[in-house]
Write a protein that binds this ligand. Structure first.
Ligand SMILES: C[S@@+](CC[C@H](N)C(=O)[O-])C[C@H]1O[C@@H](n2cnc3c(N)ncnc32)[C@H](O)[C@@H]1O
Length: 818
């Protein structure tokens, strides 16, 4: 088994996972790769904080036995729905029956219809929009006769809608609805006592009762649908209907807000933030239509369950465990063992040292209050079965005034100790984690160590969406995770020396910046540092300064800020004196990344964004990962987008390569005439010229016998061309056909100043070169003994009876800078 030591690329979610709402759903394909890699074929995989249950299904997909537990009863509900036997025709019939029954209900008809603005028939209202207490807009469904007219006779059943202002009757009904009497059951109870339901929220939503989450007419319809589902005898069918119902609940509350103007989605809404919020603008969605949409079509029960067996390759044999069942310890006879299990009791369900691999996504401090949020669903489900009453007290989280960070850490450490017990001695455990608050990181890292795990590898895994879309804060931490791989170890003592920690942070920050070799936004530096600190074995708790403060103290000494006008990522961090820290200068990170992208395009001609990401993640891990948005710009520069793929735009880039190669070839010829041996750069050696490769024309293809130090040699071997006499490097050349002038300078400074260095440029770039005002560039050019020569002068030299005097004759210094 080879370890996974770099970030992987997230794939698009299959329909199986798009229908369910849960916070922090993990990238399914990445988890599958881990499970497949770390769990032997006949082994057992465990996820004790399974949430939406994705990890268990992915394990089934690769034929591994999985145990997926969670304290949240919703996880078990999802698993039971997904492993139920699905007969679409039966499901369709049952849904249609519910739809027809509610659609013909007197109250429904009264409160969810309006006079059509076109024909004056009765039309169904799809949504009502509110600003504070006043109704200002309706989404209205075309009546059958209007719809057929609109679509010129097409009979595709689909709701076409339009927007209109409310009439006086709509306004009247909007008020009158408060008098509706509901005879069927609904959760009529106060909100649980938790900071998730603030006094402000309770006031704004209409009082301390759970049912206030919905308007009266919505509650009426929901309660009616729920009542009809409860009467269904077939358990599988009932669960599937409940799944559609559960997904309807959160989309029909008063917390739904209209989407912002311009989003072009006037008829839909979402529960966007993981909190109970009450805004002044509200969107009251028709629950019957939402329920129908959640049962059929895209992102629905239909798409999800029709896809399930095909995707998983089988109907998984599911085994439910609970405290009262005798099967608790069973390790065979199932594909998926699941249950509502508090991690602190997990050893009651799993024998010691029986698990091969654990991968889990624990609660990130109090970032998301899973149980509080889930009460929106569980408070309904519990009417069917008391197993859906969650054990709020056992949740591992941080809640103001209820559970503080110490308790979080204590519970979490105990939980991890249990995981250590059930894990085989040679088993590995991978945690995904992120929280931008250092104390929470520290609590997390400390628990890992106290529980007897040793961090083996930390990988920073970016969310692909930050790279592809132009979201408001692409540099925030929410879109990224750290994958922390651990093995069992005896207890380790955490280091607490303040000086040692400061030294470590500064030293690592220097290392990261030097390797990137370019001014870098803080977030990139910070993500790289977190990965390093996590595996460094430090106890951060005793430090009153966090990472940012330590670095800030060194502003003006080691680091400086420079302006960043190219993105929203904030000021750049860079060195006051780069030469002091960059021992082996390489090209800037962005230039290296661009080169990797070009090389991939040249090899494969047509690539996807994900292909590019895979290469970048592998070659530039953690602190070296570039801003993913820059990858899109690089692709735009060298490729054309077509049908979701990027096609290499060979014309422009290849022309530059041909000129670059031809110039190196000419210089090899001149060198030969002058009695020099030539070495051509590793990257250029395979380039084609005159039916051969460049390497076929040069005398040396390696500098093994010329430069002893391996690191320096590797850098020098990347120079475009070197002339040598015997084993002495005499002149080096960098051909800058279209590339950045600074990259060659940086590589060339690995050589002593007495070696002549010549930059070879097209005639048309001469003024561009001389216009460079960066004092650092001009200084390096001079001190490192650089000259430049034009392409036309290379040709003249080639055609003349050249000798060493002539090549020197044509080389020039930079113009004096005025
Ligand atoms: C970050 S989420 C996991 C999300 C999951 N990876 C997914 O893809 O959906 C953390 C989970 O830990 C669960 N949890 C919190 N305290 C727990 C406890 N004491 N025992 C078991 N699970 C717990 C929460 O219910 C929540 O589902």
């Amino acid at each position: 088994m080879t370890d996974i030591d770099f970030a992987l690329v997230e794939g698009p979610r299959p329909p199986l996972y798009t229908a369910m709402k849960y916070w922090g759903k993990k990238p399914h394909n990445i988890w599958r790769e881990y499970i497949d890699n770390y769990t032997p074929v006949d082994g057992v995989f465990l996820d004790p904080f399974a949430g939406s249950g994705i990890s268990g299904f992915e394990a089934v997909k690769v034929n591994r036995k999985a145990i997926t537990f969670d304290l949240n009863p919703l996880t078990s509900f999802f698993i039971e729905v997904y492993t139920s036997s699905f007969d679409f025709e039966k499901f369709k019939k049952a849904v249609k029956q519910i739809l027809s029954e509610v659609a013909n209900d007197e109250i429904y008809l009264k409160y969810f219809s309006t006079k059509s603005r076109i024909t004056e028939e009765l039309a169904i209202v799809q949504s009502f929009k509110w600003e504070n207490e006043s109704l200002y807009e309706l989404g209205i469904v075309y009546t059958d006769s209007e719809f057929l007219k609109e679509t010129k006779g097409s009979s595709t059943p689909c709701y076409q809608k339009y927007i209109s202002v409310p009439n006086s009757n709509d306004q009247k009904l909007a008020i009158e609805q408060n008098n509706i009497k509901i005879k069927t059951w609904f959760p009529d109870e106060p909100f649980i006592n938790s900071p998730s339901f603030s006094a402000n929220f309770i006031r704004c939503i209409g009082g301390n009762n759970f049912s206030n989450l919905w308007t009266k007419r919505n509650l009426y319809v929901l309660s009616k649908i729920f009542d009809l589902i409860k009467k269904v005898k077939d358990q599988d069918l009932q669960r599937q209907l409940l799944f559609g119902f559960v997904q309807t609940l959160h989309l029909t509350t008063k917390m739904s807000v209209p989407r912002r103007e311009g989003a072009n989605r006037q008829f839909s809404t979402s529960w966007g933030r993981s909190a109970y919020i009450c805004a002044s603008r509200k969107m009251e969605m028709n629950p019957l239509l939402v329920f129908e949409g959640n049962c059929f079509g895209k992102q629905s029960v239909e798409s999800c369950l029709k896809n399930a067996n095909g995707y998983l390759g089988k109907t998984p044999r599911a085994l439910r465990v609970s405290e009262s069942l005798k099967n608790k310890h069973k390790l065979s006879g199932f594909d998926l063992k699941y249950g509502i299990v508090d991690i602190n009791t997990i050893t009651d369900y799993i024998p010691d040292k029986s698990i091969d691999f654990i991968m889990t996504d624990p609660p990130y401090g109090g970032l998301v209050q899973y149980l509080d949020l889930s009460s929106i669903w569980l408070n309904w489900l519990k009417n069917l079965d008391s197993k859906y009453v969650p054990n709020y007290n056992a949740e591992i989280t941080i809640k103001k005034g209820v559970l503080d960070i110490d308790l979080y850490q204590q519970r979490f450490t105990n939980a991890l100790k249990n995981l250590r017990k059930v894990l085989k001695d040679d088993g590995k455990i991978v945690f995904t984690f992120h929280n931008k608050e250092i104390p929470i990181w520290n609590a997390f890292l400390k628990s890992i160590t106290l529980a007897g795990f040793k961090i083996e590898k930390v990988i920073h895994q970016q969310n692909r969406r930050t790279g592809e879309s132009n979201v408001a804060n692409p540099y925030g931490t929410s879109g990224t995770d750290f994958y922390i791989r651990c093995i069992k170890s005896p207890e380790v003592i955490l280091k607490t020396e303040k000086e040692e920690f400061e030294y470590f942070v500064i030293h690592k920050a220097i290392e990261i910046l030097a390797l990137r070799n370019e001014p870098t936004p803080f977030q990139f530096l910070f993500n790289g540092l977190l990965a390093e600190i996590s595996s460094g074995g430090f106890d951060l708790e005793n430090f009153d300064e966090n990472v940012k403060q330590i670095l800030h103290k060194n502003i003006g000494v080691i680091f400086k800020h420079t302006e960043n006008s190219s993105s929203k990522a904030g000021k750049f961090w860079w060195f006051v004196n780069p030469e002091e820290y960059i021992k082996y200068p390489d090209r800037q990170l962005s230039a290296r990344v661009e080169e990797s992208i070009i090389s991939l395009l040249r090899r494969r001609t047509s690539i996807t964004f994900d292909d590019a990401l895979a290469v970048i993640y592998k070659d530039y891990p953690n602190g070296l990962t570039p801003d993913l948005k820059s990858i899109t710009s690089m692709l735009q520069k060298h490729a054309i987008k077509s049908g979701g793929r990027w096609l290499y735009n060979a014309q422009v880039t290849e022309k530059a390569f041909t000129e670059h190669t031809a110039t190196i070839y000419k210089l090899i010829c001149i060198g030969g005439k002058l009695g020099f041996n030539s070495f051509v750069g590793k990257r250029e050696q395979p380039e084609p010229i005159k039916n051969k490769k460049l390497s076929d024309y040069c005398d040396l293809t390696s500098l093994q016998d010329v430069v002893e130090d391996c690191t320096v040699r590797k850098r020098i071997e990347m120079m475009d061309l070197i002339w040598l006499q015997r084993n002495d490097i005499k002149i080096i050349f960098e051909v800058e056909n279209s590339t950045n002038f600074t990259s060659g300078i940086q590589r060339g400074s690995n050589l002593p100043n007495n070696v002549l260095k010549i930059m070879v440029i097209p005639d048309k770039r001469e003024s561009e070169l001389n216009r460079i005002t960066d004092p650092l560039f001009r200084e390096s050019f001079k001190t490192h003994n650089w000259k430049y020569i034009l392409y036309s002068d290379v040709d003249k030299t080639l055609n003349s009876r050249a000798n060493v005097v002539t090549i020197n004759l044509f080389t020039k210094d930079l113009n004096e800078w005025k």
